[in-house]
Write a protein that binds this ligand. Structure first.
Ligand code: ADP
Ligand code: ZN
Length: 735
């Protein structure tokens, strides 16, 4: 029916009895077999409609032989092919690969890849042209105006009608009368080619060496992975833009993944400065029309550069020549819902499937990527200095035991003093606290009752401005009660601990003249508000920025010279495997926002544990030694990245059902050498959205392939009704 890939069934004579596997976007174990009706030929990747139970479903003709097992006479025929571009071979491979790696039914991964409904190529817009020769029909003054406006050109109907001040009905009447003929107008390309030779800054010798290296990797047209690791402000972005330029010169496509595309206005502006035009963007805030257009332009090769969120991995690039993963250490790349996968790792897979180079970029690379570089699997480019002689900010600790804030307050005197000095120099300051809302806990002073979510093992977070208590896990929301629900005491509920709303209140009282701006996921709700906030800061319409982890992401604020972390210890509580690593990354990134060439930056970390290794690493700035220490701690126990982890999460409607299922899984745990199964144990979030949760953790040597073991294990243990078992390969969250 159309140009498929030349393999499998394509070119096969359509004959009675041809059986084809079709993958449906549902969590079945694999494709289903269907019969191909006579007279229809399909190839793997073709989109088809097939009957399923009593419905008609969309599916993709899959690779490989039919599944077999269903009697030929009971096979149902496909309903019809769909006139849409087939799913590319490399995307099908990616779907299979992700499914196998994450131990997820392939149809569930397919559902992600099909999120843009396959649509036929857009018909060119229709316009009108003067009939040649004109018929003998009567030319009224209105018709005369149309012919004058049109001249010898072709014009789109609506535009012509309004220019001539007539209705579209009149145009159709003219066509019927033989005065106009319809013509297909060319489709205006939505994306202009970025110009790789657009004027660009001169790179420093270090930068030029790294850029040349990446250009060579792009020109090699083979798979490679490069870790581009350099301090904040060293010019990493500038350098990988050169790799993109090379890809453009070669006429190939480039994909850039950012952890938080909705907040990337500055990145887009930067791209436009370098290449003269904006790239195509891909994220969940796009209108469905823009999605369809972008998808189509990527598929045709007319969108040479796409910057996107993790779902951009499934776009149908015909000639992908470069994949960049910026801020590769970001946990936002891990999708925790639905198909649990790490977009950084799958981006590397995508690059391999297309024989393209991948570039991982970070000032605080993950231990995983550094270990891969050390083992020789990745190449590493290192930039030790900030561009233009700018110095890294000076990091100091504030020991909260020695200089505590006033009672009920959270800003210590040294931090307040530093903020005042910053304002006096007409520079900007930032306060960082990774916690939304007013207070993380509401407590009754009379009876000690804590306001808890009825659906989750979590406290309700106060959002004072909205007068609600809200669960940050399930969204459960109640008005702030007037009395304690346990003891009915009036005016006894009290806020414990700070969120950024509370810090904002304190800052407002402490610095009444300062202009404040709050940056959090609930105030910056999309690309537009994020762009506005960034602009206000760049234009110095803001003195003090108060933000959650959103402020850690790659912003450039040239007038920002002081960063204060309200609670530098926050991420260390709970102590999962990566707590220290993540805290260092987050605080180092936040610190990196401070100071540029002409204005050195200062960072103050409020802490109750100034002797913690994390604080030492941040003060010294010696992240390399910190990573080496972490590595030395993880290596002996085969903890990642020196071993593999997989979490098995059991959830059920009742605690009892969850316990039984988890115990049965525990008893059947594989005992192969090189692996160890820990648990079952109640998850830290023992109840989430009303479901009771238990966890098991499988730890394996690096050389053990854990997926087949897990598949066999789970298949051998029947789970009860209402029990769900989720697998999280390479877990990052242990909640
Ligand atoms: P990173 O991505 O490592 O944080 P950037 O590429 O964003 O670093 O560079 C930091 C700042 O320095 C940016 O404002 C950038 O425009 C500027 N910069 C970096 N390299 C150069 C250069 N060679 N010439 C001029 N400006 C540069
Ligand atoms: Zn909840």
């Amino acid at each position: 029916m159309k140009q498929g890939l030349q393999e499998g069934f394509s070119g096969m004579e359509p004959q009675r009895g041809t059986i084809i596997p079709v993958l449906l976007p549902y969590p079945f174990a694999g494709p289903f077999d269907y019969r191909l009706p006579p007279g229809i030929a399909v190839a793997p990747g073709d989109i088809v409609l097939v009957p399923l139970n009593r419905r008609t479903e969309i599916g993709v003709v899959w690779d490989g032989p039919p599944q077999g097992g269903v009697g030929d006479n009971r096979l149902r025929p496909i309903s019809s092919p769909v006139d849409a571009p087939p799913m590319r071979h490399d995307i099908r491979q990616l779907v299979d690969w992700i499914a196998a790696y994450t131990v997820t039914p392939p149809g569930e991964v397919l559902a992600m890849a099909l999120r843009v409904p396959p649509t036929p190529a857009e018909a060119p817009p229709v316009g009108w042209h003067r009939a040649e020769p004109l018929s003998a029909a009567r030319i009224t003054p209105q018709r005369q105006r149309v012919l004058e406006v049109l001249g010898t050109a072709a014009m789109q109907g609506q535009a012509l009608a309004s220019a001539a001040g007539v209705s579209s009905t009149l145009l159709r009447g003219m066509a019927d009368a033989g005065l106009l003929v319809p013509v297909a107008l060319p489709i205006v390309p939505p994306f202009t080619r970025p110009d790789p030779e657009h004027p660009r800054p001169t790179l420093s010798p270090d930068q030029e060496a790294a850029a040349a290296d990446l250009r060579a990797a792009v020109a090699a047209r083979t798979f490679s992975v490069t870790l581009l690791d350099g301090v904040t402000g060293s010019g990493k972005t500038e350098i990988y833009l050169e790799a993109i330029a090379e890809s453009l010169r070669l006429g190939r496509q480039a994909l850039i993944l950012l952890p938080e595309i909705a907040l990337s206005s500055q990145w887009l502006a930067r791209f436009e400065r370098r290449f003269g035009v904006a790239p195509a963007v891909w994220h969940s805030d796009l209108s469905s029309r823009t999605r369809r257009i972008t998808w189509r332009e990527v598929a045709s090769g007319a969108a040479p550069v796409v910057v996107g969120a993790r779902s951009a991995l499934f776009l149908p690039f015909p000639d992908l020549g470069l994949v960049v993963i910026d801020e590769e250490h970001e946990t936002a790349f891990k999708q925790e819902e639905g198909v649990v996968y790490h977009a950084r790792d799958m981006a590397v897979v995508r690059a391999r499937l297309c024989a393209a180079p991948a570039v991982l970029v970070s000032a605080t690379p993950s231990l995983e990527s550094v270990a891969n570089a050390e083992a020789g699997r990745y190449r590493r480019l290192h930039l030790p200095d900030r561009f233009g002689g700018a110095s890294l900010p000076v990091v100091a600790l504030i020991d909260m035991r020695e200089t505590p804030p006033e009672r009920g307050k959270f800003l210590s005197p040294p931090l307040i003093q530093a903020i005042r000095e910053t304002f006096a120099r007409a520079e900007q300051a930032m306060l960082f606290l990774n916690r939304r809302g007013y207070a993380p806990l509401t407590l009754c002073r009379t009876c000690g009752h804590r306001m808890q979510c009825p659906n989750c093992t979590a406290w309700l977070v106060e959002h004072r401005a909205r007068r609600i208590l809200q669960c940050h896990h399930c969204g459960h929301t109640i008005p702030i009660p007037a009395e304690c629900p346990a003891c009915n005491a009036q005016h006894s509920l009290t806020a414990v601990g700070p969120g950024i709303e509370r810090i904002t209140e304190e800052a407002r009282a402490t610095f009444p003249d300062a202009r404040l701006l709050v940056m959090a996921s609930d105030t910056l709700t999309g690309p537009h508000s994020a762009a506005e906030a960034a602009q206000a800061i760049e234009d110095r319409r803001v003195d003090l920025i108060i933000g959650t982890q959103i402020v850690a992401k790659g912003w450039h604020f040239p007038h920002l010279t002081l960063v204060g972390a309200i609670d530098a210890d926050l991420g260390l509580a709970g102590g999962d495997l990566r707590a220290a690593e993540r805290t260092v990354q987050l605080l180092h990134q936040v610190a990196g926002r401070a100071g540029r060439a002409d204005a050195p930056g200062r960072v103050m970390l409020q802490t109750y544990s100034p002797d913690h290794k994390v604080m030492h690493a941040l003060v010294s700035g010696d992240l390399e030694s910190f990573r080496e220490n972490e590595a030395a701690e993880r290596r002996p126990g085969n903890w990642p990245p020196y071993g593999r982890l997989a979490a098995i999460i059991v959830s059920a409607d009742t605690a009892e059902a969850a316990d039984i299922a988890a115990r049965n899984l525990g008893l059947a745990a594989p005992t192969t050498t090189g692996i160890q199964v820990l648990g079952p144990a109640p998850a830290p979030l023992a109840i989430l959205r009303g479901r009771h949760r238990r966890r098991l953790l499988l730890k394996a040597r690096r050389d053990v392939a854990v997926q087949p073991l897990i598949r066999e294990w789970l298949a051998a243990v029947p789970t009860g009704r209402g029990v769900k078992v989720d697998v999280d390969i390479d877990p990052i969250s242990f909640l």
